[in-house]
Write a new protein. Structure first.
Length: 307
């Protein structure tokens, strides 16, 4: 009888736990759904505003539906498709090359600095940490790049400054600690060198880390416009972000000059054009995210938790 009573109690306890778990899952799904909708609303407003006329935006403000359909912003941006395509090509080239080299350098530095047999790892990490806490500022950075490195009108100015990130290196260093040291030792016994071990053993085991760092780095390169503003004078070398920003500033300056001179000019689609630019700029990077999503959380959490 006691055994039967215990089984009955365990069954009731299991049913109660299962019911609590269902309730918890329902609450979690509701919270996540509400949060997802809140995150999607700004993107929805951007899309709606990009296809709404400037007059409607100025009259009624931004709304949840299209009051007056217009693609004038896209027409102005795509007036000369060759310039847009060239800016896209510059941005894609800089992003691909910079991301590849930056991820490789961060992973290699993180692997070396987590090795316990590397005697100078603590001293070198001190220099890296120092650069995260203190910076020379924009003026010394500009003087170094222009006067001593000759970055003016050079693609090096768009790639080299973002080629190494201390934060990415720290994430890589913490992730590399999760890889057993016995793998390296067994490879050394078989006669493999350090670089071969890193390329053929460590990197394949660090795919989640590489995908995470690649997403972060590519996003930084894709959205970078300040280096183009500082160092690039040749219009054919503009990145997409700076090219569109320069176009928007030109339209705003034209409107201000017309207003000051008393000339009557039609309404310039400034707000409409901003939203159209946002769609053009963010579209490719949004479509690239799903390919790295399955590695993203794993690489980020392991790199962040290991200490």
């Amino acid at each position: 009888m006691q055994l039967v009573a215990e089984r009955s109690a365990n069954r009731k306890r299991g049913i109660r736990i299962s019911g609590d778990r269902v309730i918890l899952n329902i609450i979690a799904y509701i919270v996540l759904a509400v949060f997802s909708i809140m995150c999607l609303i700004p993107f929805y407003l951007i899309i709606i505003s990009a296809f709404t006329s400037e007059r409607s935006i100025l009259t009624y403000g931004f709304s949840m539906w299209i009051r007056e359909f217009s693609i004038e912003g896209f027409e102005i941006i795509l007036t000369n498709p060759t310039l847009i395509l060239r800016a896209y090509a510059n941005t894609i080239g800089v992003t691909v090359i910079g991301t590849t080299v930056a991820v490789f350098m961060a992973a290699m530095a993180g692997y070396v600095l987590q090795r316990k047999d590397f005697a100078w790892r603590n001293g070198i990490m001190l220099f890296f940490y120092f650069t995260m806490l203190f910076s020379g500022g924009l003026t010394p950075y500009y003087i170094l790049c222009v006067r001593y490195l000759s970055f003016t009108n050079s693609y090096h100015a768009l790639i080299l400054p973002g080629m190494f990130s201390v934060w990415n290196m720290i994430i890589a260093k913490n992730y590399m600690r999760s890889i057993p040291a016995e793998i390296v030792e067994s490879a050394k016994i078989d006669g493999a060198g350090e670089f071969r071990i890193f390329l053929q053993l460590i990197l394949p085991l660090a795919i989640p880390l590489l995908a995470t760092l690649a997403l972060f780095t590519a996003l930084g390169y894709w959205n970078n416009w300040i280096d183009s503003m500082l160092f690039i004078r040749n219009r054919d070398m503009y990145t997409l972000q700076y090219f569109l920003q320069n176009m928007l500033r030109s339209i705003q300056a034209l409107r201000i000059v017309a207003e000051l001179s008393g000339l009557h000019v039609p309404i310039m689609p400034t707000e409409n054009m901003k939203m159209a630019m946002t769609i053009i700029v963010t579209g490719p990077i949004i479509f690239a995210y799903p390919f790295a999503q399955k590695y993203f959380l794993k690489g980020l959490t392991i790199g962040a938790v290991k200490g």
